[in-house]
Ligand binder design. Structure first.
Ligand code: NAD
Length: 482
C-alpha cells in the first residue's frame, strides 16, 4: 500500500505537525475491514494555527502575478500524474472504489488542477460607464481571503483538488479538511506537493478530524468562505454555524437523481447508462440515477433488459477491477440495507439482488449487491430518500407529464437524466425538470460545464467559469476624474 508512514497528519504553514490532541481516528479498508492507519482529530488550537497561517499568507499570495498561481496548479497536475499509480492504490485501500475508477479519479484530479490553472489570466472584471461627467466604474474580482474546504469520502482526492484549485488561482489561501473516513489520499497528495513544488508556506493547509473539526473551521473568524461537499443535514448545520459571522457558504449536497425513459427511447442505450450510473463507485455518487420512471409502452422491455444487466454487474476485490467494490463502511451498508428493507415493507419486490448475498466475494468487506426493486410507487420512501448504494427502483408512468411531475416531487434537485429519441419530449422534459443539471441520452459531467444542486441539493455550484468565479467577490471602484 502506498501510504507514506512518515507523513504525520496535520499540514500547517508549510510543515507537517504531530497533533497534540489525543483522539485517534481509525481509517478502515472497506474491503478487508482492517485498520490501515490512524489520524488525529486536530485540536481547536491547531485549527487556529492553520487558519492564522492561511490568513498570514494570503496578501502575498494574492499580490503575485496571476500566472504564477496558475503555474503552481499546472505543476500540481504534473505531480498528480507522476504519482498516479501510488495515489490510486491508496485511494482503493481507503475508499474501496475499483482500481480503474480510482485511476480515473486521479486523472480527473489532474484535469481539475489544469483546467482551473487556465483561469489565472481570465478572471476578468468589468468596466462600466459612470453616471456623472467623467466618471468610470470598475468592477474588480477580488479573492475572499481564507477558504475552508470540507470534503466527503466518496471522491477524496478529486474533491480536494476541486476545492483548492479554484480557490488558490483566484488568490485565496485554503485550509482543507478531508473526511475522517478517507484522509489518506489527501495527505499523500499534500505530501507530494510539499516535497516537489515550491508552494509558499500557509497557502494550502490540511487538518484531519470529523464533524467537530469541520464545525471549528466554519466558526473560525479567520475563515471568509466555506465550501463543503456532503449531505443535506451537514450542509444545514454548516449554514447555521456560518450565520454567526455571515461567512459565505457554498454547499454541494446530496441528490436523488431521476431517469426518465420515454416511449421511443433507445432502450439498450438507456439501460447501459443507467446501470453504469447506478453502480459506479458502488452507487456512492451524488449524480447516480436513484429512481427510474419508464413509460408503460416500453416498461416490460426496459425492465427485463435492466434486471439482466444489473444481475451481471460483478462486485468484489476492487484491486481485481470488477464493476464494483464494497460500500465505504458498515454504517453506509446498514443504511442501504435499511432502504431495501423499508421498500419491501412498503410493498416493493426484489427483481434481482436484495440483502442476502449467496456467494459473497470474501468473508470481510462491506458488500452490497446490485438490486432492482419493482412494484414501486411514488409514495414510497425509497423514491424520496437518498440511497447511497446500488439500489434501483422502477416506477411505470403513463405520460411524459406524469414522469416530470414525479421527478420534481423531491426535496433534492441535483442531477437528472432523460432518455428519449423524441426531440419535443426531450426538450419539454429538460425545461420542466427542477434540477441543476440534466443529462440527455448520456451521463457524466465535464470540468468546463457546471455542477449545481437546486432546492435542498445545495447552495453553490462548481466547475466551469461560474464555479471558478464563485471564489471571487466583486468590488466596485468609482473613478471621478473631471
Ligand atoms: P457528510 O455530510 O457526512 O460529511 C461531509 C464532510 O462534512 C466530512 O468531512 C465531515 O467530517 C464534515 N462534517 C460533518 N459534520 C460537520 C459539521 N457539523 N460541520 C462541519 N463539517 C462537518 O457527507 P459524506 O457522508 O462524507 O458524503 C456523502 C454525501 O455527500 C452524500 O449525501 C452525497 O450525495 C454528497 N455529495 C455531494 C456531491 C455534490 O457535488 N453535490 C458530491 C459528492 C458527495
Amino acid at each position: 500500500m502506498a501510504v507514506d508512514p512518515s507523513v504525520t497528519p496535520l499540514y500547517i504553514d508549510g510543515e507537517w505537525h504531530e497533533s497534540e490532541g489525543d483522539e485517534a481516528i481509525p481509517v478502515i479498508n472497506p474491503t478487508t475491514e482492517e485498520t490501515i492507519a490512524e489520524v488525529p482529530s486536530a485540536t481547536d488550537e491547531e485549527l487556529k494555527r492553520a487558519t492564522a497561517a492561511a490568513r498570514a499568507a494570503q496578501d502575498d499570495w494574492a499580490a503575485r502575478p496571476a500566472k504564477e498561481r496558475g503555474d503552481l496548479l499546472r505543476e500540481v497536475a504534473d505531480v498528480i500524474e507522476a504519482q498516479a499509480d501510488d495515489l490510486a492504490e491508496t485511494l482503493v485501500a481507503e475508499q474501496g472504489k475499483t482500481i480503474s475508477i480510482a485511476k480515473y479519479e486521479i486523472e480527473a484530479s489532474a484535469d481539475i488542477a489544469r483546467y482551473n490553472a487556465e483561469w489565472d489570466r481570465r478572471i476578468e472584471g468589468d468596466v462600466v460607464p459612470g453616471s456623472t461627467r467623467r466618471q468610470e466604474i470598475d468592477l474588480l474580482r477580488k479573492p475572499y481571503g481564507v477558504v475552508a474546504g470540507i470534503i466527503p469520502w466518496n471522491f477524496p482526492i478529486s474533491v480536494f483538488v476541486r476545492k483548492f484549485a479554484p480557490a488558490l488561482v483566484a488568490g485565496n489561501t485554503a485550509v482543507i479538511k478531508p473526511s475522517e473516513l478517507t484522509p489518506l489520499t489527501t495527505l499523500a497528495l499534500m505530501d507530494v506537493i510539499q516535497r516537489e513544488l515550491d508552494l509558499p508556506d500557509g497557502v494550502l493547509n490540511v487538518v484531519t478530524g470529523g464533524g467537530r473539526v469541520g464545525a471549528g473551521l466554519v466558526k473560525d473568524e479567520a475563515v471568509d468562505y466555506v465550501t463543503m461537499t456532503g449531505n443535506v443535514d451537514t450542509g444545514k448545520a454548516i449554514m447555521r454555524d456560518a450565520a454567526d459571522d455571515l461567512t459565505q457558504v457554498a454547499l454541494e449536497l446530496g441528490g436523488k437523481a431521476p431517469a426518465i425513459v420515454t416511449a421511443d427511447a433507445d432502450i439498450d442505450s438507456a439501460v447501459e447508462h443507467i446501470v453504469g450510473s447506478r453502480t459506479i463507485n458502488a452507487g456512492q455518487v451524488c449524480t447516480c440515477v436513484e429512481r427510474i420512471y419508464v413509460h408503460e409502452d416500453v416498461s416490460a422491455e426496459f425492465e427485463s433488459e435492466f434486471v439482466d444487466a444489473m444481475a451481471d454487474v460483478e462486485f468484489g476485490d476492487p484491486m481485481a477491477d470488477p464493476d464494483m467494490g464494497p460500500q465505504i463502511s458498515q454504517g453506509e451498508l446498514d443504511k442501504t440495507h435499511a432502504a431495501i428493507e423499508g421498500a419491501l415493507e412498503q410493498g416493493a419486490e426484489v427483481a434481482t439482488g436484495g440483502i442476502d448475498i449467496e456467494d459473497p466475494p470474501a468473508e470481510s468487506g462491506y458488500w452490497v449487491q446490485p438490486t432492482v426493486l419493482t412494484n414501486v410507487d411514488q409514495s414510497m420512501d425509497v423514491i424520496h430518500d437518498e440511497v447511497f448504494g446500488p439500489v434501483a427502483p422502477i416506477v411505470e408512468v403513463e405520460s411524459v407529464e406524469q414522469a416530470v411531475e414525479y421527478a420534481n416531487d423531491s426535496r433534492y434537485g441535483l442531477s437528472s437524466y432523460v432518455f428519449s429519441n423524441s426531440y419535443s419530449d426531450a426538450m419539454q422534459i429538460v425545461h420542466d425538470l427542477d434540477f441543476g443539471e440534466t443529462f440527455v441520452n448520456g451521463s457524466g459531467g465535464a470540468q468546463q460545464g457546471h455542477h449545481i444542486g437546486w432546492n435542498e441539493s445545495g447552495l453553490g455550484g462548481e466547475d466551469g467559469k461560474h464555479g471558478a468565479f464563485k471564489y471571487t467577490q466583486l468590488k466596485s471602484v468609482y473613478h471621478n476624474f473631471d
